[in-house]
Design a binder for this molecule. Structure first.
Ligand code: COA
Length: 172
C-alpha cells in the first residue's frame, strides 16, 4: 500500500551566522565540486579511508532534495563543505563535514553544528547524528566538545580494517 509522501524538512540557511556578519551557507558554487574533491581526497579522514577525488567531487556535485550539500562561505570564499541527510533517525545525519585546512580551528565547524541543532530543534527533532572514524581523534574531540556522545562502534563500514563511531547529540 502506498503511503503519502512526507514533506522534506526545509532548513533555513539564512539563520546560519556563527555570530559573524561574513559567514553564510549556500549551495556549492559552479565548479567547486570538481575543485574540492581532490583537496578533500588529500586530507584525512578521506585520504586514509581511500576515497577517490572523483567520488568526492561526484558526491559534492549531486543534487538530492533529502540530502542537501552546503558551501560554508566566508564572504565570497568557500571555507568548507557540509552535507546532511534529513529525517534520518528522529533528526538529521551529518554525511560530510570538511573545513579547508587554512580555515580549520576558527569555529566554522562549531557554527555549522550549532545551526544544524537549532534547525533540527525548530522542526521538533530529537537528535543530530554523525559518524567519525575511530582514528580521527581531532574530529572526535570536536564532536564531543559540541555535545555529541559515542553510541556505538561499527567495524569495516567505510573500509575494511577501520571502524567508525556513531555519535549522537540529543536535542531534548
Ligand atoms: C573536524 C572539523 C570539522 C572541525 O571544524 P573546525 O571549524 O576546524 O573546528 P572548530 O574551530 O569549530 O573547533 C572547535 C573545537 O573542536 C576541537 N578541535 C577541532 N579541531 C581540532 C584539532 N585539529 N585538534 C584539536 N582539537 C580540535 C577543539 O576542542 C576545538 O575547541 P577549542 O577551539 O576551544 O580548542 C575540521 O577541523 C575538519 O574539517 N577537519 C578535517 C576533516 C574532518 O575530520 N572532518 C570530520 C569528518 S567526520
Amino acid at each position: 500500500m502506498s503511503q503519502p509522501s512526507q514533506p522534506v524538512e526545509r532548513y533555513e540557511t539564512e539563520l546560519f551566522s556563527g555570530g559573524r556578519t561574513d559567514l553564510s551557507l549556500r549551495g556549492l558554487p559552479p565548479g567547486e565540486p570538481q575543485r574540492l574533491g581532490p583537496i578533500f581526497a588529500g586530507i584525512d579522514p578521506w585520504a586514509r579511508l581511500g576515497y577517490k577525488a572523483e567520488a568526492l567531487s561526484a558526491y559534492l556535485g549531486t543534487l538530492e532534495k533529502s540530502a542537501p550539500r552546503y558551501a560554508i562561505m566566508i564572504g565570497n570564499e568557500v571555507a568548507g563543505v557540509a552535507g546532511i541527510r534529513l529525517n534520518w533517525l528522529r533528526g538529521p545525519y551529518v554525511q560530510f563535514l570538511g573545513i579547508l585546512p587554512q580555515y580549520q580551528k576558527h569555529k566554522l565547524g562549531t557554527a555549522f553544528l550549532a545551526w544544524l541543532a537549532h534547525e533540527a530543534r525548530r522542526h521538533g527533532e530529537q537528535n543530530v547524528w554523525v559518524l567519525a572514524s575511530t582514528f580521527n581523534a581531532d574530529a572526535l574531540r570536536f564532536y564531543e566538545t559540541n555535545g555529541f556522545e559515542r553510541t556505538g562502534e561499527l567495524a569495516d563500514l567505510v573500509s575494511l580494517g577501520t571502524a567508525e563511531y556513531l555519535l549522537r547529540r540529543k536535542l531534548t
